[in-house]
Every structure is written in C-alpha cells, then in structure tokens.
Design a binder for this molecule. Structure first.
Ligand code: BTN
Length: 328
C-alpha cells in the first residue's frame, strides 16, 4: 500500500519535470528528509523515481495514477463495468480476481494494479510488472455455457484489445494466435485467460491483460521474446492508462455480448484484419512433434490451421513462432 505522502509525491512528479527536494517538501508540507525517505520507498517498490543530485527528482515516464472513476468515464455508460478495484501493489490481478470469483463476484468485475509482485503469463511464465509503467488488468466474465465452448473467447479478447488500440490511434499492430498483440515483430501485450466452473457450465472466465505502455528498451522486462511498448511505438503519445483501460473494457464487453449471441463466426472479418500469422511460415512447438507449415487462419472453434505435408492441421495448443524469413 502506498502512503498518502508517497501518492502525493507521485502526483507532484507526474509531469516528468525535475522538482527540487526543497520545493517538494514545501508544497507537501513535510521535511526534506521525509521527501527523501518517501522517494527511497517508492524506488524500493519499483517506481522509477530518478534522483539528479543537487537538482531534484523526476519520474522516468509520464505517470497517471490509475483511477476507477476515470476508467468508468472512458468505458462509457453502456459498457460500465460492475465493480472496479484499483490496487497499488498486488501479487497478480488474475489470482486476486479468481479468488473474488470463487466468492461470488459479479460478471464484469475488474481488478487493476499499479504493479504486480508475481504477475503471471501463459505457459507458467512470469509477467514482469513494474509499478506505474504498464497496464495490468483482469476482468471477470460469466458464461452460461460449457467450458468447451469458451476456448474461442480467448481469441476474441485479443481482437477486443487490438480494436481498443486502433481506437486510440495505434496502427501497425495485429494478433498472433491465440491472443498476443504484436507490433512489427515485437510483443506489445499478452493475455492470460483462466477458467473456473463446471464442465457443462456455468463458468467464469478471468481474462488478464498486460499491455506494455511506458516500458522502454532500457527497462528491466526479463522476457524471452522481443517486446515493445506503446511509448516506443508512438513516441511522446502513449495513451493515458485509464483511457486505455476504459476503451479496452468497452471493447471487451461489446465483444462478449456478440460472442454470446453469434459465436466466433461473428469475428471472422476482424480476425482476417488482425491475423498476423496468415500466409506465413510458422513453427509450432510444445506438441508431441514440432511442426512447420503455413498458417491459414482459424477454425470455427478457434483452432489455428497450419498447412503442412499436404494436410491442414488444427492446433488448439502449442507455442507458435514465426520462422525467420518466413513470408510465404
Ligand atoms: C502472456 O504470457 O502473454 C500473458 C500475460 C498476461 C499478463 C496479465 S497482467 C494482468 C494479469 N495478471 C496476471 O498475473 N497476468 C495477467
């Protein structure tokens, strides 16, 4: 939990200008030592407060504190989520929301955090989640249908994210099956969907979304894939995290309604628009045998279709990488 002094300090530094310790102390009504201590604690928690000796303090990127009201306003009245929890630091927004779901949280409940201590990615990987820098959001969607019918929704979540980014002026991105969002051969965002409930339904799906917003090349994202961020893609114009969260939720709730009415078929056009693998040579690992072939869209169940050796394989799991020089 951030103290109110730490929060006020972050607000003062939000403009990214250099602020002297003396001026900060005066405007916050505390001693310079108290400012120094609070800065130190923020640095320990992972906030990139930079100390320029003799000159003052500044933040490494523009910072907007997450705010449930701002997110709700950006989502718009029609798609406003049921409940929005904003945490400073949390283990994982997915883990927390799964627990809330078990306790009966309503459809549409949302959990966000400034930072995650144990952010989780797909395939048991960690998701590096430094505070204040990126978007870490989980949303609970309840479905009245069998678990087997929901696998395809994870693709829909990726499309909703791609559409939200498009709405905010980002271009050149697409979805890499099943739901990673990449921009020019680099990963921009990832989604971890986790199911809970009865095999025959009803069930609850926690969709956890991580978007790299201000992460920089010099940042410490220990990821094993090439990555990028909105700040790198659109220098000086990365969207406000609250607006991004709001538009993402609006797209996600709209996509949920459409998926419940019409299934994955209703997203065919969008998938074609954002499909980054179509027509490219891909390598699929994590299966019994590794497979190399040409990606040719998805099946009505959301399985990746890969043409190889005169057959079309339908994959519902497996790690897909695009082979270098792999344009068909
Ligand atoms: C991936 O491996 O690509 C999926 C990454 C998902 C990360 C998000 S951040 C919010 C939510 N909470 C987590 O612990 N993970 C997801």
């Amino acid at each position: 939990m951030l103290t109110s002094l730490q929060k006020s300090l972050l607000s003062c530094l939000a403009d990214q200008d250099l602020h002297s310790g003396a001026k900060l102390a005066a405007s916050l009504g505390v001693s310079r030592t108290a400012v120094w201590k609070a800065v130190h604690q923020l640095q320990e928690a992972g906030f990139p407060v930079i100390h320029a000796p003799g000159r003052g303090y500044r933040l490494a990127f523009p910072y907007q504190p997450l705010s449930a009201e701002a997110i709700r306003a950006a989502a718009g009245a029609e798609t406003a989520p049921a409940e929005i929890q904003v945490h400073d630091l949390i283990d994982s927004t997915n883990t927390h929301l799964l627990e809330l779901a078990r306790q009966g949280a309503a459809h549409g409940a949302v959990v966000l955090a400034e930072g995650q201590l144990r952010g989780r990615g797909r395939r048991g990987r960690a998701w590096c989640s430094p505070p204040g820098e990126n978007l870490y959001l989980s949303v609970l969607l309840r479905f009245d249908r069998p678990v087997a019918a929901l696998g395809a929704f994870t693709l829909v979540a990726g499309l909703a994210l791609a559409e939200a980014l498009n709405e905010l002026g980002i271009r050149g991105h697409g979805v890499k099956w099943p739901n990673d969002v990449w921009h020019q051969e680099r990963k921009l965002a990832g989604i971890l969907s986790e199911l809970q409930g009865e095999v025959q339904g009803p069930c609850a799906l926690v969709v956890g979304i991580g978007v790299n917003v201000h992460a920089r090349e010099s940042g410490a994202l220990p990821v094993d894939q090439p990555w990028t961020s909105l700040a790198l893609v659109q220098p000086g114009a990365a969207p406000d995290r609250n607006v991004l969260a709001g538009r993402l939720l609006a797209q996600l709730f709209r996509a949920y309604e459409l998926f419940c009415q019409s299934g994955l078929g209703a997203f065919e056009g969008l998938w074609e628009r954002y499909d980054l693998l179509r027509g490219r040579e891909v390598q699929v690992s994590g299966l019994r045998e590794s497979l190399v072939g040409i990606a040719c869209g998805v099946s009505p169940e959301g399985h990746l279709r890969v043409a190889a050796g005169g057959q079309v394989h339908h994959l519902h799991s497996g790690e897909v990488s695009v082979r270098p020089h792999g344009h068909a």
